[in-house]
Design a protein around this ligand. Structure first.
Ligand SMILES: CC(=O)N[C@H]1[C@@H](OP(=O)(O)OP(=O)(O)OC[C@H]2O[C@@H](n3ccc(=O)[nH]c3=O)[C@H](O)[C@@H]2O)O[C@H](CO)[C@@H](O)[C@@H]1O
Ligand SMILES: C=C(OP(=O)(O)O)C(=O)O
Length: 430
């Protein structure tokens, strides 16, 4: 298993190209199941999750190919992926595939919409908490599907097709909104999704679906209206930049000090997190090139945050922000409201000398003068990168084990940080 070795203490200076968003690329790839024509996606990050989803889609009959680089794509980021689901050969997504990646459960919606049936293994929980799908199934039922749970599988059937209807989500769910959208686009009549997730990745999916011939308005707001169409066609679409990767590197610069241009990053995708970083003591400016993050000289201050659905502070940046707060002046209170167990990084940060107390969904982080390197273990994707951020500012050497978590969501991490001056290397073990 690969490990990452970091010797802390170096400032970050230079430029980091921001990759396409994992959490947009995955539902966009799944949308290829909705048409028998080709969907070509550009700016798809090279990640383990993308490779795994290609395997899952292949099982349903999707042909794929990497279609070559576009001008402007660098060696470090992105690939263009061509997907064609000319024939769906299997409407079952088995346990051994779905259990490896939660987002693959979303295939249930396009398979049902196009084929009238889908049999998809329930995803189960993961390190950050339970990952329920009751609201995703509720959305499909509202569109006329029958749902049976048998042998660990959700079996959705709509032999006469789906019918547009109102779907009111009792809480904001990104997966639920993706599911509702992908089912409603081919339903007969109009669907109104109330309390829809406003995450940019939902709007990106809707934009792509509209390019494929769907009729969706209001994506990016909490009320989305979908007028169903009989069929969708092929399209070409650019995946939007990864706001979580952007925020992660912004926090790394705030942690180490320095001056880095996050190329291609869009401030509108993470305004709340950027405002928080300004309160912490970083300087943030937006240019045509991207977002410039600087911190020179003075230290960082403790700031409280609460994770919330978009446009609030994202749960996917909570671990990274906690790493930053370990060296802030004062005590920061960090409340996690989306996942009940997303504090697995706390005990590993403690190994580097962080002082953090947990009380239910609240973490109290008392800033310390110095962190010191140690061997640490990644427990999930964002937790693992929080350890990298802490290690960059720790004295001495840190080894981050279980790097496969990082490879799920951070493209060329050691290259991107290394070219800005970080002392970081991957130690490969075959
Ligand atoms: C709103 C939110 O921040 N969602 C995050 C969530 O999306 P993801 O799509 O995984 O999760 P949801 O947005 O669906 O879940 C939001 C909340 O709703 C609950 N829920 C969800 C579905 C369901 O059927 N029943 C139910 O009760 C969840 O337990 C959770 O507390 O994790 C992703 C990966 O970390 C993040 O990128 C998303 O930003
Ligand atoms: C936890 C994440 O991914 P997933 O929902 O696929 O587990 C994430 O993107 O931070």
């Amino acid at each position: 298993m690969d490990r990452i070795r970091i010797v802390g203490g170096a400032e970050l200076n230079g430029a980091i190209p921001i990759s396409g968003a994992k959490n947009a690329a995955l539902p966009l790839m799944i949308a290829s199941l909705l048409t028998d024509e080709t969907l070509q996606l550009h700016n798809v990050p090279r990640l383990a999750d993308v490779a795994q989803l290609l395997r899952i889609l292949g099982n349903h009959g999707v042909d794929h190919g990497v279609a070559g680089k576009r001008p402007g794509q660098t060696a470090v980021t992105g690939q263009s992926v061509r997907l064609r689901a000319r024939h769906i050969i299997d409407t079952t997504a088995p346990y051994d595939l779905v259990s490896k990646m939660r987002a693959s459960f979303w295939v249930i919606a396009p398979l049902l919409a196009r084929m009238g049936e889908a049999r998809v293994s329930l995803p189960g929980g993961c390190a950050i908490g339970t990952r329920p799908v009751d609201l995703l199934l509720m959305a499909l039922e509202r569109l006329g599907a029958t749902i049976d749970i048998e042998g660990g599988y959700a079996i959705a059937r709509a032999p006469k097709g789906l019918k547009g209807n109102d779907i009111v989500f009792p809480k904001v769910t990104v997966g639920g909104t993706h599911t509702a959208l992908m089912a409603a686009v081919l339903a007969d009549g109009t669907t109104v999704i109330e309390n829809a997730a406003r995450e940019p990745e939902v709007a990106d999916l809707a934009l792509c679906l509209n390019t494929m011939g769907a009729r969706i308005t209001g994506a990016g707001t909490s009320r989305i209206v979908v007028d169903g169409v009989a069929r969708l066609h092929g399209a070409e679409h650019n995946v939007l930049p990864d706001r979580i990767e952007t925020g992660t590197y912004a926090m790394a610069v705030a942690m180490t000090g320095g001056d880095v241009m996050l190329e291609g990053a869009r401030p509108d995708l993470l305004q709340d997190a950027l405002d928080t970083l300004v309160q912490v003591g970083a300087e943030i400016s937006s240019t045509n090139e991207g977002i410039r993050v600087r911190r020179n000289g003075h230290g960082i201050s403790a700031v409280d945050v609460t994770t919330e659905p978009f446009p609030g502070f994202p749960t996917d940046l909570q671990a990274q922000f906690m790493a930053l707060m370990t060296k802030a002046k004062g005590t920061s209170r960090i409340r996690e409201t989306i996942f009940e167990n997303r504090f697995m990084h706390v005990q590993e940060l403690a190994r580097l000398g962080a002082r953090i107390r947990l009380d239910g969904d609240l973490a109290y982080v008392d800033g310390v003068e110095r962190l010191t390197g140690a061997p640490v273990m990644a427990t999930d994707l964002r937790a693992s990168v929080s350890l990298v951020i802490a290690a960059l500012a720790a004295e001495g050497e840190t080894t981050v084990n279980r790097v496969y978590h990082l490879d799920r969501g951070f493209e060329a991490l050691e290259l991107k940080l290394g070219q800005c001056g970080a002392n970081i290397e991957r130690i490969s073990h075959s």
